[in-house]
Design a protein around this ligand. Structure first.
Ligand code: DC
Length: 220
């Protein structure tokens, strides 16, 4: 059986970076599940789907031609999100897609679509899987589970830096983070929450290498 490590957490908690670092350290693959929801959102926007009605999203998800593939780069398995045969690359990393992905991820058919892809990958090789519902819903039997978070202010600051935005965008980035927290934690299906058996880490006052060290200390 492949080894699965689940990392869940809030937007801007550093889970993406830490999942990659942990996977590299252990020689595992790394699956960014948010990228699947982002790719679905990208498809919906490109096809002019009105996201205010879940019926539209349900219809559109049936037609999507999407898959996740792993490309070997210097011995690392690198995730590619392929829509209609083309790698989406950074097109899914905009603020518009961030918000749209948190809307489409509320729809049952979208979650089922994404979960199926995640199960196929987790069953195929040793992998660190990061997202919102991995330890609770997707991989309840994962070998190790972590839940990462930090204060909204710290996370907004990190986001600002990551997106290379000037300081006067701080309030709007903070707003966007709070809005996503609200939507991700209150949605009816698979809301963001720590699994009971997850290691809970608030990394507001930690450097990434300190969080990584703490995570590694739990893995035998
Ligand atoms: O981690 P991220 O910011 O790339 O995720 C984008 C959105 O996708 C997020 O707002 C909620 C959703 N998501 C989810 O519902 N379940 C996951 N396992 C991962 C992401």
């Amino acid at each position: 059986m492949p080894i699965n490590i689940a990392i869940d957490g809030t937007a801007g908690s550093g889970k993406g970076t830490l999942a990659k670092q942990l996977a590299k350290k252990l020689g595992f693959g790394c699956l960014d599940t948010g990228a699947i929801y982002r790719s679905v959102a990208y498809y919906m926007i490109e096809n002019g789907v009105n996201l205010s009605k879940s019926k539209n999203i349900e219809k559109a998800i049936e037609k999507i031609d999407f898959k996740v593939v792993f490309e070997n780069q210097n011995g690392n398995k690198v995730q590619k999100n392929i829509l209609n045969g083309k790698d989406l690359g950074d097109k899914i990393r905009t603020e518009q897609i961030s918000l749209a992905s948190s809307i489409v991820s509320q729809v049952k058919q979208v979650r089922e679509f994404a979960t199926k892809i995640q199960h196929e990958i987790a069953n195929s090789f040793d992998v660190v899987v990061e997202g919102r519902d991995i330890g609770t819903v997707v991989l309840p039997n994962a070998n190790y589970k972590f839940f990462l978070t930090a204060s909204p202010q710290v996370r907004a600051r990190r986001r600002l830096k990551q997106l290379k935005l000037p300081e006067d965008n701080f309030e709007s980035v903070l707003e966007e983070i709070l809005e996503r927290d609200r939507r991700d934690t209150t949605r009816a299906l698979s809301p963001l929450k720590a699994a009971e058996d997850a290691v809970y880490i608030d990394n507001s006052n930690q450097l990434p290498e300190e969080t990584l060290k703490e995570m590694l200390s739990h893995i035998k």
